[in-house]
Ligand binder design. Structure first.
Ligand SMILES: [Zn+2]
Length: 394
């Protein structure tokens, strides 16, 4: 890979309030080797390096989606789709979805549940350059109760020994983290209801301990208020959804939230780009309650990370920006939103080599037309994507 100097009207180095006007980024062999003003860098970089001049554009860290399911097709019935798919066809479909995300500027994804460790295989193909796509962190099969949420992916457990064995299997298959379905979910109507806990507090503690023994963190799917409390107590690294549901209402607990903030447990409040339709289906009362708990968590200082749940019904792989616009509609500042999409997500996933632009980090970056600090829609006008320094031009 050749040395390439990218110059643009502005470079957001990350966090998003760090901006260099008329900036430049030097990429060499997949890494960022210098960041500064174009006036500084241009004369110092030898003439043999290629120059990518992007007037009117912004260079910023590549986007991160902390919650996707590459194995799901975003259609009305992903469960039968995944269960019946031929492994070869499913792997090809997953590669296509990964490429679609890369084209949309997403350079890192965390896959939170697939079948037969297919995302790990795709991760390897992307790392070696035989497939184009974002860097993948894979949870492989999520741990769930017998007959529980997403049990069809192969991670059903009952006893403590089952838990240890499943975590060992996932680790051996190459998992980057462990996912646990701490509560039921809407996708599995035959399992526990979405507010019902699927594991005891002791089992959740065992899952976190056992994952740590394999060097892995835990992401916990938790809709129910009890499940959220137990996950925070157990020390999971991220809480997915975090919707504070009980059987008949929404019950937010400021004390649990305080502990979440204290222990730097991030919240991935997944929404798809289709959120206006989703809120309409929820009805005004529940939609207001959902929005209110997000505002409460924000006021309490919760670290939010970005996730689309791409692959579940209605959540496509190409509309990452739609998800960010949901947070803008709630009054989040653009700097907060861009941090959610980059630096905060990298940190919550334990990645220290991406999510910002600085010498020594992976060259995961995007060039967009316009300024996303004033207009999020600029993120839809992707001009170039570099994933580990490999360029894709739209
Ligand atoms: Zn999910």
């Amino acid at each position: 890979m050749n040395k390439i100097l990218i110059t643009a009207d502005r470079v957001i180095t990350g966090p998003a309030d760090q901006v260099i006007d008329d900036g430049a980024v030097l990429v060499d062999a997949g890494m960022i080797t210098a960041v500064g003003t174009a006036a500084e860098l241009d004369p110092s970089v030898d003439a043999s390096a290629s120059r990518l001049r992007c007037p009117g554009a912004t260079v910023m860290p590549g986007l991160i989606d902390c919650h996707v399911h590459l194995a799901f097709d975003a259609g009305p019935d992903p469960i039968s789709e995944v269960a019946q798919a031929d492994p070869g066809e499913l792997a090809a479909a997953m590669a296509g979805r990964a490429e679609q995300m890369l084209d949309a500027g997403v350079t890192t994804v965390r896959d939170l549940g697939d079948r037969d460790a297919l995302a790990v295989r795709l991760r390897t193909s992307i790392e070696s350059g035989t497939a184009a796509g974002p860097r993948i962190l894979s949870a492989t099969a999520p741990l769930t109760s017998r007959g529980g949420h997403c049990g069809f992916l192969g991670g059903e457990v009952t006893t403590d020994d089952d838990i240890r064995a499943q975590i060992a299997r996932n680790a051996a298959a190459g998992a980057d983290l462990i996912k646990v379905m701490a509560s039921g979910g809407a996708l599995t109507p035959s399992g526990p209801r979405m507010w019902e806990s699927q594991f005891t507090p002791a089992q959740l503690r065992l899952i976190v301990e056992e994952a740590a023994r394999h060097g892995l963190g835990v992401a916990a799917h938790a809709h129910g208020t009890d499940a959220i409390a137990h996950c925070v107590e157990a020390g999971v690294r991220t809480v997915e959804h975090c919707s504070w549901r009980t059987a008949d209402s929404t019950v937010y607990d400021p004390e649990i939230t305080r502990r979440m903030v204290e222990n730097d447990i991030a919240v991935c409040r997944c929404v798809s780009g289709n959120w206006p339709l989703f809120l309409e289906k929820l009805g005004p009362e529940r939609a207001d309650a959902m929005v209110e708990v997000i505002r409460n968590m924000r006021e309490a200082g919760v670290r939010f990370i970005a996730g689309t749940d791409a692959g579940v019904p209605g959540a496509g792989f190409g509309d990452y920006v739609g998800m960010l616009e949901f947070f803008a509609s709630l009054g989040f500042k653009h700097t907060e939103i861009l941090d959610m999409a980059t630096t905060n997500s990298a940190r919550a996933m334990g990645l220290t080599d991406t999510g910002a632009l600085a010498p020594g980090l992976r060259a995961d970056l995007i060039v967009v037309d316009g300024d996303p600090l004033t207009e999020l829609d600029a993120l839809r006008r992707i001009q170039h994507v570099f994933a580990a320094g490999r360029p894709t031009t739209n």
